[in-house]
Ligand binder design. Structure first.
Ligand SMILES: C[S@@+](CC[C@H](N)C(=O)[O-])C[C@H]1O[C@@H](n2cnc3c(N)ncnc32)[C@H](O)[C@@H]1O
Length: 264
């Protein structure tokens, strides 16, 4: 597959509170992904990168008789998930090395694999671990060329923070053809598609809040409080120019996402 040109290094822990400020919008892609999972009554289901449990809750609703397990590397996200779903099992692990137990029927990864280094290889390994008929279902933001993301890089390149955040950019995703060529030989059926959401956000500050819960994290984590404030102020100015307010004063945030459903 084409080698991604940029690098990302994860640093600080995630914040469940910040992430959940846009819970409705963030839970729509996993609903759309789950709608395409061709399973009736799986026995064992794993929510990969379960975060605060919003995607896990969807899995429990759809498969009430399944053993549903959440896996995440963030203690803060897991704390929130355990609070939300006390009867569910949550495991702290890094997906780079994690392997499912035998007879797992569904591996569901919403908005996580773009954070996992060399994720195509990890997807191939996980798909191969499934029994025949098992499903790997994945959604990732494909938005590195959207202004909201390129402007993070612009601000990173122009401020006093210099090398501290030089490695913060997220890699571009491979093209759908790359995933197809990699995963098709490992499965009996594969469906790959894009959906472009147009989220309506109250204000420019709201757009910045959205990304503080995800894409801005690696840029802000290495900075001290004063630098963070300057970075956010500069980024907000850029967002204001790139996303003009609509007729009602709100902002339309275009958000392309890539979906993959592979049946072993
Ligand atoms: C954007 S949130 C997605 C949460 C949830 N799945 C959803 O649908 O909203 C991404 C989650 O992936 C987790 N994550 C990132 N890298 C990871 C890794 N290498 N291994 C396990 N979890 C990881 C983060 O801790 C975070 O909770």
């Amino acid at each position: 597959m084409g080698a991604p040109s940029r690098r990302h290094t994860a640093t600080a822990d995630w914040s469940a509170g910040q992430y959940l400020k846009f819970e409705d919008e963030r839970t729509r892609p996993p609903r759309d992904l789950l709608a395409q999972v061709p399973l009736d009554s799986p026995g064992r289901v794993v929510d990969l990168g379960c975060g605060p449990g919003n995607s896990t809750e969807l899995l429990i609703e759809r498969f009430p008789n399944a053993d549903v397990i959440g896996v995440d590397s963030s203690p803060d996200m897991l704390r929130k998930a355990r609070e939300q779903l006390p009867r569910c099992t949550f495991v702290e692990a890094d997906l780079s090395a994690w392997m499912p137990e035998q007879a797992t029927d569904l591996l569901f990864g919403n908005a996580v694999f773009h954070w996992v280094p060399d994720h195509p290889k990890v997807l191939a390994r996980l798909l191969q671990s499934l029994p025949p008929g098992g499903v790997l279902a994945v959604q990732m933001p494909d938005n590195t060329n959207e202004p909201a993301l390129t402007l993070m890089e612009k601000v990173a390149a122009s401020g006093p923070w210099g090398a501290a955040i030089a490695q913060a950019q997220r890699n571009d995703l491979p093209r759908p053809e790359g995933y197809y060529d990699l995963l098709r030989p490992l499965c009996s059926r594969i469906d790959i598609w894009h959906t472009h959401y147009n989220h309506i956000i109250e204000s420019h500050a709201g757009v910045v809040e959205w990304f503080k819960g995800s894409g801005l994290r690696p840029f802000l984590a290495p900075l001290d409080a004063a630098m963070r404030e300057t970075f956010i102020a500069n980024y907000t100015d850029e967002i204001r120019l790139a996303y003009p307010a609509r007729s009602d004063g709100k902002i339309m945030l275009k958000f392309p996402r890539l979906f993959i459903v592979a049946v072993r």
